[in-house]
Unconditional design. Structure first.
Lengths: 144, 404
């Protein structure tokens, strides 16, 4: 867990600004574990870990450890830098990744460690931790 | 019989400033542009600001308090805005019709102004170091603790978000960039015939494929233009409309909203797979047709909100002009071309090629089509569909009818 994955975008946030609702996700990430909030009442996974379950409207959650694999649900190759700090970062891949073991929940992340033009929908991927600061480790994903 | 807004109100005036390339409307202020459009729309109707008594708005960008004061409106009786962004464009007409049908106001204006001299509507929604609320036009992306689940990916603009929907549509249904190109090319052909258009040269398939990629699979020509200007429309009761200067254009039906899980679709991408690669309009379309008492076959011309070309395709599906997933072949067969296609789409050129005033140019074109004065007139057009969004909720649709 040292260095940053190849193809990860510039660091825009150096802290997750976590609150009680989101800190279990980021604390697990610091320890290299990918987790997802699951409704304690009906079992629906939700991402981000919202304050209410959108199915049964209850608030309690359990944090489920995931295997760290998934599939590219959809993606875009960002080729035009919207901001100066992205000039040297393009092209890079923003992807919505379906997380194995987390129902319908998806994570907005990046596919890294590969040629952007090689990315396709349904591609299997595995988490590649990006240590952006001492307090913020973010899950990017690399092709399996 | 339950109360309905159907056929109870009509558009009686349309007014606009010239359309300008981004920033070129300076030194006019947005308020000045807004009032110019409103005064032009009132004059078109044969009315003055003395007759105006309501505002039926969407998306913001103006302040009714300032407008009413500046124009000396005698009494404001109704002032309401559909929430969120451009998704409310067509729905603002339904809001006006609701005010009129309920008797709360009689002469309403719906208006939009855009001046992108400073901030660009499609620009980045995040700032280095600290997350901020999302893009104003398309709805916010959540508060600070939630931002950590999206902003670090670099996903920051409307175009990038809609690229994700487009990519999924391509995967699921076999849609291609040639299909996106057909939307861009057909609309360009329409735009260049109009003196109001920002663009003036035709677009070829080679031009399209030579264009710079922005957020793959979307290239520059899949994106809306960036323009300035204001457009206003005046709505009043059907009874009063018959005594005014222009042939009335009836509001036959209007609906806004959408499935709740579409609410933050363009921020979080957690909507069900069934309608991930959609425009978010399916439930609105269903209610709209039910209110109108007609189906898609009855629509003569469709003015579909086109910030990004693939979203035109998804609206063609969601409004039932073709089956879900079949919009690519539908446009490839020439169906959306004017004048030869079965369903001419965006006969004014739309946001992609005429000008971007956040949906209002589509309403203007619908009115011109139903008055029979459009530059690219659809022969005998009686029913026009106009939409707002795809965007955060609400999205909206309105069916307008040439009054008998």
């Amino acid at each position: 867990m040292t260095g940053r994955p190849r193809g990860a975008p510039p660091v825009l946030m150096d802290d997750p600004y976590a609150d009680d609702r989101t800190s279990p996700f980021w604390d697990a990430a610091l320890a290299g574990r990918l987790v997802c909030a699951r409704c304690s009442t009906c079992g629906t996974f939700r991402m981000p870990p919202a304050a209410f379950c959108h199915v049964c409207r209850n608030q309690d959650v359990e944090w489920i450890e995931l295997p760290g694999t998934g599939r590219v649900y959809t993606f875009t190759i960002i080729r035009h830098p919207l901001r100066p700090e992205f000039v040297d970062a393009v092209p890079f891949v923003v992807a919505v990744v379906s997380l194995d073991g987390a129902g319908e929940a998806r994570l907005i992340t990046n596919v890294v460690e590969c040629d952007p033009d090689s990315v396709v929908v349904d591609m299997p991927v595995r988490v590649a931790w990006d240590r952006m600061s001492d307090t913020f480790v973010f899950p990017r994903f690399a092709p399996i | 019989v339950p109360a309905s807004i159907s056929d109870r109100a009509a558009i009686v005036g349309v007014g606009a400033t010239p359309y300008y390339r981004r920033g070129q409307s300076l030194p006019q202020t947005p308020l000045e542009l807004t009032c110019k459009a409103i005064l032009a729309a009132l004059a078109d109707a044969g009315l003055t600001a003395d007759d105006l008594d309501g505002f039926a708005l969407y998306a913001g960008g103006y302040d009714p308090a300032q407008i009413a004061s500046l124009l000396g409106v005698p009494e404001v009786r109704f002032s309401a805005t559909l929430t969120s962004g451009g998704g409310g464009a067509a729905g603002s007409l339904g809001l006006a019709a609701a005010a009129i049908t309920s008797g709360m106001a009689e002469v309403l204006v719906s208006v939009m102004v855009l001046q992108q001299a400073g901030r660009r509507a499609g620009g980045s929604s995040t700032a280095a170091g600290a997350p901020v609320a999302g893009n104003a036009i398309y709805g916010g992306s959540g508060s600070s603790p939630d931002a950590a689940f999206s902003a670090p990916s670099g996903l920051a603009s409307p175009g990038q978000n809609f690229s994700l929907l487009a990519q999924r549509h391509m995967h699921r249904y076999g849609t291609t960039r040639e299909h996106f190109a057909e939307v861009a090319i057909s609309q360009r052909n329409n735009a260049i015939r109009r003196p109001t258009s920002i663009t003036s040269v035709p677009l070829t398939l080679d031009d399209y494929f030579a264009a710079r990629m922005i957020s793959d699979p979307l290239c520059l020509l899949d994106y809306t233009l960036e323009t300035d200007g204001a457009v206003a429309v005046i709505t009043t009761s059907m009874e009063r409309a018959r005594d005014l200067a222009q042939p009335p254009v009836s509001i036959l039906a209007s609906a806004n909203g959408g499935a709740g899980r579409w609410g933050q679709a363009l921020s979080w991408h957690q909507m069900p797979d069934e309608y991930f690669a959609s425009s978010g309009h399916r439930t609105v379309a269903k209610r709209l047709y039910e209110m109108a008492g007609v189906g898609p076959d009855a629509i003569d011309v469709a003015l579909l909100y086109d910030h990004f070309s693939p979203m035109v395709l998804m609206q063609l599906e969601d409004y039932g002009f073709c089956a879900i997933g079949e919009s690519g072949p539908f446009v490839a067969d020439g169906n959306i071309r004017w004048p030869s296609g079965a369903l001419p789409v965006n006969t004014h050129g739309g946001h992609l090629s005429e000008a971007y005033i956040v949906g209002m140019t589509h309403i203007r074109e619908a009115v011109e089509q139903l008055r029979g004065t459009a530059v690219n007139q659809v022969d005998g057009a009686e029913l026009a569909l106009v939409t707002g969004g795809p965007a955060s909720l609400p999205v909206s649709g309105t069916i307008l009818r040439r009054a008998a």
